[in-house]
Write a protein that binds this ligand. Structure first.
Ligand code: AGP
Length: 610
């Protein structure tokens, strides 16, 4: 996620902004920039790299002691990490500068129109469109120009704007992406979150969605999307700095679980056109003929990423009708894999640095296969060793136990399956439109589950001292069971095993007794009746069943004491929703057991060695 800072006051803006950006580094970034207004001129410095390496450019050699400026750290989404793509972005005359966090979904259409109108773009980003759009509407009133421009924008944004003809103010606005305005003595701040500025002031306004603010040295005015003035009262932030990085959550893992609705929106980003039933994966790196040539797909990954690939298998086989195998990277790399130029190997990795996955990619390419990477970390090793990419936009994942990256991977697989199905003709535009609509509905459904997590915590209190768990799932939710069991294992240290529900009677049923809690994923599906049979098998042996079910299911309650009801979503996308309660359950159990949730024993965030 990008980081935004704005400052207007009495101190050197570049120093305040640089300091604030360093406090936002945990958000992850690949480039940074600062712009200040000095004597009627906008001065901007921006470059790819880490702030510690840009200190001289932004501090030692900075050509101005202006007290009015904006700054940005960029986590690349559209356009590779580079100085040109770094923010802030200016208009044609460098009369204004904009820093942006979010994704402009209709930027292609806007950029085309503005280019035809004579605007000259310098970057590959979606964000630069904002600078030219504001310029196109500017005729002296900056507030009106910003508001009018934003009314044309589709997608998510948190922006801050500085203009050379307005030395007394900054303007900021937000839609979906968070932004705060902090109030000091004779100085005011704009920031992505309180972490950046809380050592200057703890008096904070959380900008409401679809609202904007005019920030001056001696005050702040707030407006809604229609320009009506709003009377906002500030709040006092009492977080300690470490807690602030966690956004007020107890652990990064819990924060990241709650970021998942936004992560889905960010990963979808500007990659879909629902009205046309089209998917745009611009970094895919595979031509139409390539996509037609593949006779099979092999997924290679480790851990949670492997389970994401297993869900991807079900999605692609259902929508694209080509065979998909899933292989643990550590197995694939040594089994003389049978892959060739007619195989598409898909490597899935949050970090892009997992040694086994990198080795599997090299093995696949050595045997002539094309390799596609599903990756979170920009510029990671894996991104430089594949033929094509589908970036997931999960932002930096700090908790060792992967949550939001998993959700982002499943979102990416949904987009990939839709694109491949459309190209190979197994999906009509109407079918693509339907799935896009379902996918875009997921964030709000997940928000409902997150808002109602208390019953899941109660379950965690009931079972925190269990010694073993069994997780059962079928079909596309068998990988959900695998991922749920892994979450519990790796952060609570309780043994948990996942099994295909239909396979339980071939052995694991011997484990069932009144001491063994059994999670069963029994949400609406074509094989729901089979799952109910499995539930009865467990009940008949005094097993304790905890079921995930779909709201309105009146059957499951007849057999199961503990039911977590979830909103109805399509079976194809149900793994994205169903994993949420399993993540929360694992988190609550580990927290109740007083364990180090974010840094579990023996684990590393990225296993860069064999
Ligand atoms: C998942 O919670 C673990 N952190 C681990 O299994 C992880 O998914 C695995 O090591 C793969 O990491 P990667 O996605 O960075 O390649």
């Amino acid at each position: 996620m990008c980081g935004i800072i704005g400052y207007i006051g009495e101190k050197p803006a570049n120093q305040i902004i640089f300091d604030g950006l360093t406090r936002l580094e945990y958000r992850g970034y690949d480039s940074a920039g600062i712009a200040v207004l000095d004597g009627g001129r906008l001065l901007v410095k921006k470059e790819v790299g880490k702030l510690r390496n840009l200190h001289d450019m932004f501090i030692t050699d900075f050509p101005s002691a202006s007290t009015h400026g904006i700054g940005h750290t960029r986590w690349a989404t559209h356009g590779r990490p580079s100085g040109f793509n770094a923010h802030p972005h200016g208009d044609c005359k460098t009369s204004l500068m904009v820093a942006h966090n979010g994704i402009i979904e209709n930027y292609i259409k806007l950029k085309t129109r503005l280019t035809l109108a004579g605007h000259v773009f310098l970057s590959e980003t979606d964000s630069e469109v904002l600078a030219h759009l504001i310029e196109s509407h500017y005729s002296g009133n900056l507030e009106v120009a910003v508001r009018t421009a934003l009314q044309e924008v589709e997608g998510a944004y948190a922006i801050v704007v500085i203009h050379r003809d307005h030395p007394d103010c900054l303007i900021c606005a937000r839609k979906e992406s968070p932004l705060i305005v902090a109030v000091g003595q004779g100085e005011n701040f704009i920031a992505s979150d309180v972490t950046a500025i809380m050592h200057y002031t703890r008096t904070v306004h959380y900008l409401d969605n679809l609202c904007m603010a005019i920030v001056k040295r001696d005050g702040v005015d707030f407006f809604d999307v229609d320009g009506h003035s709003m009377d906002k009262k500030p709040v006092q932030v009492d977080w300690n700095p470490v807690a602030a990085e966690k956004g007020g959550f107890s652990h990064f893992m819990l924060k990241e679980i709650h970021e998942q609705p936004q992560v889905i929106r960010d990963t979808i980003g500007g990659r879909t056109s629902e009205e046309e039933g089209k998917i745009y994966l611009t970094e895919l790196g595979l031509s139409g003929p390539d996509i037609f040539k593949f006779q099979r797909i092999v997924m290679v990954a480790c851990g949670t990423a492997y389970y994401a690939g297993c869900v991807g298998k079900y999605m692609i086989e259902k929508l694209v009708r080509i065979p998909v195998e899933c292989d643990l990277a550590s197995e694939f790399r040594y089994r003389e894999p049978i892959v060739d130029a007619n195989t598409l190997v898909v490597a899935v990795s949050q970090s892009g640095e997992t040694a086994d996955t990198l080795a599997a990619v090299r093995e696949a390419r050595a045997r002539g296969a094309k390799v596609l990477g599903i990756v979170n970390a920009k510029e990671s090793s894996l991104t430089r060793e594949v033929d094509g990419l589908v970036y997931i936009h999960a932002g930096p994942e700090i908790g060792v136990a992967s949550t939001k990256a998993y959700i982002a991977m499943l979102t990416a697989f949904t987009l990939l399956a839709l694109l491949l199905g459309k190209i190979r003709g197994t999906l009509t535009p109407a079918a693509v439109r339907r799935e896009i609509s379902e996918l875009k509905r997921l964030p709000q459904e997940i928000e409902k589950v997150l808002a109602n997590s208390a019953p899941i915590r109660v379950l965690a209190e009931r079972f925190e001292n269990a010694h073993n768990f069994l997780y059962l799932g079928r079909g596309i939710n068998f990988p959900t069971a695998l991922e749920g069991a892994l979450k519990l294992k790796e952060i609570s240290y309780i043994h948990a095993e996942a099994y295909a529900a239909g396979e339980m009677k071939h052995g694991p049923i011997a484990l069932i007794d009144k001491e063994l809690p059994v999670f069963v994923i029994a949400t609406a599906s074509a094989i729901y009746d089979k799952i109910i049979s499995n539930v009865k098998e467990v009940q008949a042996r005094s097993g304790i069943v905890i079921a995930l079910a779909t709201e309105g299911d009146e059957e499951i309650g007849k057999y199961v004491e503990h039911v977590i009801y979830l909103p109805r979503v399509s079976e194809l996308l149900s793994p994205i929703l169903n994993v949420i309660p399993l993540q929360l359950f694992a988190y609550f159990v580990a927290d109740l057991r007083g364990l180090d949730v974010d840094q579990p024993r023996n684990l590393a965030k990225s296993v860069t060695v064999e």
